[in-house]
Write a protein that binds this ligand. Structure first.
Ligand code: BGC
Length: 754
């Protein structure tokens, strides 16, 4: 008889199941521990290592899983989980092999990169950060978990908690921007959305916070490169989001590809054991990134795969994604305690998910209808429109009237494959509307949408192929001249030109780093010609990162940054373009003037020779560039609205228990809208020094036209404090600038003395 059947009576019914890591129920913990003790006492060493093995899924086709390359390994108990296998039928079949044909019947985990939605695709994470709406992030994760779990998935490799200030790095798209606090709040909300407070609920899945650590700081913005910085910087600027995810209960952590202090994160004991487990008390399991264990050879820290496995295991890695290296440690008795610990952590995760109770809990066929529902799509559309950032709107060109004639032009105007954005593994783009269809539906019976592609993505077919790798559409075979001619003739017939331009989905994302952040060549040329028609041009800028928009900001009257809005992009853009929804997004990372400013953050230090107040250009022997202003083109936190807001003078209450600052904000326009009120601080004298500005809070308000609301921020120890070089919290004292405003640049400042 299978162990699985024998141990059933030991299990709690789902209704009594544990929250993840709930130590508040010692009895339940003890039951779990007894169960795992008993199971592990029956496991061979090879079976234990099997749990730590996450091999590449291979060729598993529904109905033929039995004969797949991986099936035999599963039968032998050499597999702990699989990833990126999609669909209840395939997953059920593979799970059955594990449960019924392996000696101990231990169920598998099924992972996937569910990053910003499943079949209902939400905006890319960087876009969701632009909403500054943590509930939106939580909802996105909740709907993603509901859909993924209905399709067999029990574990997602999300959220990505890597802070990044370097737009050259393609994976900025997958994170929440340049600010540690914004990233922390978003990441924690995602963990809550995926896992809820009850992992045994069959719509909850394990989250995996990644990539620990510092992956967003790779040098030169170059993928997989080293990331080196002081521990002071790590503790204050880069660690907080990972820690926030751990504190929110993240069940697993993925080690980063890069080195930290010369030691690859995959085998960095300081990171994986000292910080993660000993300082942050992380209770879950740590998985490597894809083939990262064997790549320790390429890093130059291991002579061979055996040594790589040894280093990773000793450092605190529990599960090996793809390298299958831990089996090489089978004869090393010294490794037994490490293997026992790692295996236990993975079994605990399976237990907490309730997989021993019912290994098919994610495989019920009747739940598939919960995927891509009208309700989830409604949430995705609602969230998408919150993420668009209005960067410019001269003479209130936007919103457009529905009864106008619109020339929709550009390589992003009529493409289905490029609405979702990068990392949309389960997307089904054939079902998603193109922007052209969305705008046409919105003006139906009132106005007209004319269309011309105008140009390809870039003049370089190789670059275009690389930037459309997963979702390639036909490059237009016509010449640039022919396409331009058509676009101009369409433009001349219209009242207004809407240019849908920028990046394709895979122009950003993993291994999509750029050395030039400006509008690709032929697209820029097209914009120049469209402007010459004299018709007003609205730029809808698609991108998975901050980009350089100098010419556009100087020459075009309106720019709406739409990132990649997911499956409902088309309708959401129409909602904002025609004013059914008032834009409220704020940049989660500054837009630079030139790629040469990268990496850039508003949280910079003052230097010994700062530019004088209000000065932004070159000044000899002061911290400045000779050929560019120092400031970004659009600052962190920036975003306009169709209405206007008035900020009153902030008021400080310096109570000895906890000072506060409050400010009243009035919607002085004629439309109801949301506004994100931001709190920044500057600790004026401290050792070590602090940055000139740090976001320490925000509130998103809904204000009806004419309405005033007052916002209050606590200025407590947590809000004002920081970490020293050893990661110890420093008590705030002395003078602080307290800044409140609609973005990092336009703030009203008061002084607080503690
Ligand atoms: C990425 C991870 C991802 C993994 C599995 C890697 O290349 O860095 O973020 O989770 O692949 O797909």
């Amino acid at each position: 008889m299978k162990l699985f059947n024998r141990i059933l009576p030991l299990f709690l019914p789902a209704s009594l199941a544990l929250c993840f890591f709930s130590c508040t129920r010692p009895a339940a913990e003890q039951t779990m521990n007894r169960f795992i003790d008993s199971l592990m006492s029956e496991m061979t060493l090879e079976e234990k290592i099997g749990q730590m093995n996450l091999p590449v899924t291979g060729s598993i086709v529904t109905g033929q899983a039995q004969s797949s390359d991986i099936a035999q390994q599963i039968r032998e108990g050499r597999v702990g989980g699989l990833f990126n296998l999609k669909g209840v039928e395939s997953i059920r079949e593979v799970q059955r092999i594990a449960v019924e044909e392996s000696r101990l019947g231990i169920p598998l985990l099924f992972g996937m990169d569910v990053i910003h939605g499943y079949e209902t695709v939400f905006p890319i994470p960087l876009a969701v950060a632009s909403s500054w709406d943590t509930l939106a992030a939580q909802t996105m994760a909740r709907v993603s978990a509901q859909e993924a779990s209905a399709d067999g998935i029990s574990w997602t490799f999300s959220p990505m908690a890597d802070v990044s200030c370097d737009a050259r790095w393609g994976r900025m798209s997958e994170g929440f921007g340049e600010d540690p606090l914004l990233c922390s709040k978003m990441v924690a909300a995602m963990v809550r959305g995926y896992q809820t407070d009850n992992l045994a609920d069959s719509t909850s899945i394990l989250s995996c916070v990644k990539h620990f650590a510092l992956y967003g700081a790779v040098e030169g913005g170059l993928e997989y490169n080293n990331a080196e910085m002081s521990r002071y910087r790590m503790y204050n600027d880069y660690f907080p989001p990972y820690r926030a995810a751990v504190e929110a209960g993240a069940a697993s952590v993925m080690a980063a590809f890069n080195t930290v202090e010369g030691i690859p994160a995959t085998c960095n004991k300081w990171l994986l054991t000292d910080i993660l487990r000993n300082e942050w008390n992380f209770q879950g399991f740590v998985v490597s990134d894809y083939t990262a264990v064997q790549e320790l050879r390429e890093h130059g820290v291991a002579a061979d795969k055996h040594e790589a496995a040894l280093l990773a295991l000793q450092a605190g890695l529990d599960m090996d994604m793809v390298s299958e290296a831990f089996f090489l440690l089978q004869d090393d008795k010294n490794m037994l305690p490490y293997i026992d610990k790692a295996c236990r952590r993975i079994l605990e995760a399976k237990y907490r998910l309730g997989l021993f109770d019912d290994p098919y809990r994610y495989c019920s066929r009747n739940r598939e209808e919960n995927i891509y529902t009208a309700q989830s799509r409604g949430e995705a559309r609602r969230i998408a429109r919150e993420t668009f950032v209005l960067l410019k709107n001269d003479n209130s060109l936007l919103p457009l009237k529905k009864n106008s004639t619109i020339a929709l032009i550009g390589p992003l105007a009529d493409t289905r494959a490029n609405m979702s954005g990068t990392w949309a593994v389960a997307a089904t783009p054939s079902r998603y509307k193109t922007l052209r269809e969305g705008l046409q539906d919105a003006v139906e019976g009132k106005g007209t949408v004319l269309y011309a592609k105008g140009c390809n993505l870039t003049s370089d077919p190789v670059l275009e192929a690389n930037a459309t790798m997963f979702g390639r559409e036909m490059r237009d075979p016509r010449s640039d001249e022919q396409m331009l001619k058509e676009a101009l003739s369409v433009a001349r017939k219209a009242d207004v030109i809407v240019a849908a331009m920028g990046e394709s989905s895979e122009y950003s994302g993993e291994c999509a780093c750029r050395t030039d952040l400006s509008m690709p060549d032929v697209q820029h040329d097209l914009l120049v010609e469209l402007k010459k028609t004299g018709k007003p041009v609205v730029l809808l800028n698609f991108s998975g990162r901050p980009v350089v928009l100098n010419w556009e900001a100087e020459n075009l009257p309106a720019i709406l940054q739409v990132w990649f809005g997911g499956s409902e992009t088309a309708d959401a853009v129409a909602d904002v373009l025609f004013g059914d929804y008032c834009p409220s997004g704020k940049l989660p990372a500054a837009f630079p003037r030139t790629v040469g400013q990268m990496p850039m953050t508003y949280r910079r230090f003052n230097t010994s020779r700062p530019l004088a107040d209000g000065k932004d250009t070159f000044s000899k022997y002061q911290s400045s560039y000779i050929d560019s202003p120092k400031s970004p083109l659009f600052p962190f936190g920036f975003g306009l609205s169709y209405t206007t807001f008035h900020y009153s003078s902030p008021v400080l209450q310096n109570s000895p228990t906890c000072p506060t600052v409050s400010i009243s904000v009035t919607n002085t326009g004629t439309r109801d809208a949301d506004e994100v009120v931001q709190l920044y601080i500057r600790d004026k004298v401290s050792m070590p020094a602090r940055p000139v500005q740090e976001l320490r809070g925000w509130q998103r308000l809904h204000l009806a036209a004419g309405e005033t609301k007052t916002v209050e921020f606590l200025l407590d120890v947590q809000t004002l404090g920081f970490y020293d070089q050893e990661g110890k919290a420093v008590k705030p004292e002395g003078e602080f600038e307290i800044m409140v405003g609609p973005d990092s640049k336009n703030v009203k400042t008061l002084t607080l003395s503690l």
